[in-house]
Design a protein around this ligand. Structure first.
Ligand code: SF4
Length: 221
């Protein structure tokens, strides 16, 4: 889609993405509100599942309750502030429009496979342009997209790949009971420590590719 990687190419891509309404035309959602944020040169890239009702209003990823929790996690992962985390991290999702609420009104719909498929080329293009050093995978859907199916227990607390390095995290929404288990909270702590090491490696030498050797941790099992 874009020939010369650079800030202009990213802006061009973002403008095209903001105008996307493919899933409305296909009858999957009633309203398109593509939500993502990030700048050229971001060494970190976070992939989430889909925006929620808060993001639908603000058009800023992770701006609701889950976002506040994510910001707190990122402080634990060594970022100086939520602003610094968001400055260094491009934030996108598998489906970047709000999928809607479920019938009972108790939660958001899971992104329909057709929408995720429609949306995939935006994510692929961003990754190709930005070549991030670290990809943070938030939630089971994002983890599965990059690493294939597998239990969170075997994913969170470990890093995957060399360049980029991928670090899975659970979803910070609070709806999941996964973090009620103390062992899983330990897994999260390990994952945040991995991100901390990767961030420190990037700060030491922003030009150098970060390799997993900086960060690999043994899983808890
Ligand atoms: S979910 Fe993605 S593909 Fe579908 S309309 Fe929104 S931006 Fe376009």
């Amino acid at each position: 889609m874009v020939s010369r990687p650079g800030p202009a190419a990213l802006r061009e891509l973002q403008t095209a993405c903001r105008a996307c309404h493919v899933c409305v035309d296909a009858g999957i959602i009633a309203e398109a509100n593509p939500t993502f944020a990030g700048e050229w040169g971001a060494p970190f890239f976070l992939v989430g599942q889909a925006p929620g009702p808060a993001e639908r209003e603000t058009r800023r990823p992770f701006s609701g309750r889950a976002g506040k929790e994510l910001d707190r996690w990122m402080l634990r992962a060594g970022f100086a502030s939520a602003e610094e985390f968001r400055h260094l991290t491009y934030i996108a999702a598998l489906m970047r429009c709000f999928p809607g609420r479920n019938k009972t009104g108790t939660g958001d719909l899971r992104p329909p496979p057709a929408a995720v498929k429609n949306c995939a080329h935006w994510l692929d293009a961003e990754l190709e342009l930005l070549e991030p050093q670290v990809i943070i995978l938030v939630g089971q859907m994002a983890i599965t997209r990059f690493l294939g199916p597998g239990p969170l227990e075997q994913r969170v607390g470990r890093s995957f790949g060399e360049s980029p390095v991928m670090v899975p995290l659970p979803h910070p929404s609070g709806q999941s009971r996964w973090l009620n288990d103390p062992l899983n909270r330990k897994r999260l702590e390990r994952a945040l420590t991995l991100i901390k090491k990767l961030r420190a490696g990037w700060e030491e030498n922003p030009q150098k590719k970060i390799h997993m050797g900086h960060a690999r941790e043994h899983p808890l099992g």
